[in-house]
Design a protein around this ligand. Structure first.
Ligand code: AHN
Ligand code: ZN
Length: 334
């Protein structure tokens, strides 16, 4: 009797619990565990594909404006965008630089659905710095950098995004711009201070004379140094100033996707970069996803503007974190 009583009490309790559970889950589906897992909307960003696009650029040698390696790499990039179904426009111009050199600018633009009013702008610089001025040896300082991270990484991620856009078209229009002549700013070894600011020449040219009259985009995203292992994309100062809601969207998307380690919820410094002219000329409220460090002298990765900025720095996990986050943003755009 006693044992049966306990047993039937156990059955009754268990049944009651089951009932409660099933009733809870049918009445409030939003509270169930399954619904809390974020379901990505984007196709898979193939990091190895992006890696190969970085490698291909670096294989041309330093992409220093005015050199044949630069011109050949430009042809490669324009060809890639065309093969991925973008409408390609090139902007060519000349500027006379602080050292008296005439330097060419070649901005390479790939547009998806150019007829659409609502647009997103994605950009990176494709030139590489003509001198490794952060090297300590004065001889080494004079050599051009490979720019695997500084330049090629952002372009590589955008080429993989272009490939995805061809396979799965979006509702919104997209413009991918590879800006030239970003990285010929004042060398740190120069004794004399040169007058004027010589960073971001390609993006300044485009922001003043865009490829389409009165060009505007809903928002813009700059990728700069998005390839190295253990990168930390602190919230860059101008991005927070000009496009705070985009910073919020991108960082929260990264966290939902499981890439929170790469996107700390911390503010970084103000970086003169291609998003500044784009913001100043009101072409698009734009953010910069850039590897910023709190523990280095320069505030960037230790390989920054040195001869160490080569393929050894490039880590597929970092390319993936950035590429998948940006893709997710695009494919959740209404
Ligand atoms: C400054 O150091 C002020 N701007 C650096 C922007 C840059 C150079 N990004 C890559 N290379
Ligand atoms: Zn640089």
């Amino acid at each position: 009797m006693k044992r049966v009583g306990i047993f039937s009490m156990f059955i009754a309790l268990t049944a009651g619990m089951l009932l409660t559970v099933s009733c809870n889950s049918c009445q409030s589906g939003k509270k169930s565990v399954v619904a809390e897992v974020y379901q990505p909307q984007s196709p898979a960003f193939i990091a190895d594909s992006a890696y190969r696009y970085v490698e291909a650029q670096v294989a041309f040698g330093p992409r220093v404006p005015g050199t044949s390696a630069h011109e050949a790499c430009g042809d490669y990039l324009a060809g890639k965008l065309t093969s991925f179904g973008a409408v390609v426009t090139e902007q060519r111009a000349q500027v006379t630089h602080y050292d008296g050199k005439d330097l060419p600018i070649r901005n390479i633009i790939g547009s998806y659905a150019p007829e659409k009013e609502k647009r997103v702008l994605l950009f990176a610089h494709w030139d590489s710095r003509p001198f490794a001025d952060e090297e300590s040896d004065p001889m080494r300082q004079q050599q051009p950098i490979a720019g695997a991270d500084d330049g090629a990484s952002g372009v590589g991620v955008l080429l993989e995004i272009a490939r995805q856009l061809q396979q799965q078209p979006l509702e919104v229009g997209v413009d991918i711009i590879f800006f030239d002549l970003e990285d010929w700013g004042q060398p740190s070894f120069g004794q004399q201070q040169v007058t004027g600011d010589w960073w971001c020449m390609g993006s300044r040219y485009w922001a003043e004379q865009p490829h389409v009259e009165d060009y505007r985009a809903e928002y813009g995203i700059l990728l700069d140094m998005v390839g190295s292992a253990g990168a930390s994309f602190l919230k860059e100062g101008y991005s927070l100033q000009y496009a705070p809601s985009m910073v919020e969207r991108v960082w929260s998307t990264a966290h939902k996707m499981g890439y929170g380690n790469f996107f700390p919820l911390q503010q970084g410094g103000y970086i003169t970069d291609d998003h500044v002219p784009v913001n100043e000329m009101k072409r698009a409220p734009s953010i910069n996803i850039i590897n910023l460090k709190r523990d280095t002298r320069t505030g960037f990765g230790p390989h920054w503007h040195t001869l160490n900025d080569d393929m050894r720095n490039i880590d597929r996990n970092t390319l993936k974190a950035v590429g998948q986050t940006v893709l997710e943003l695009l494919y959740t755009e209404k």
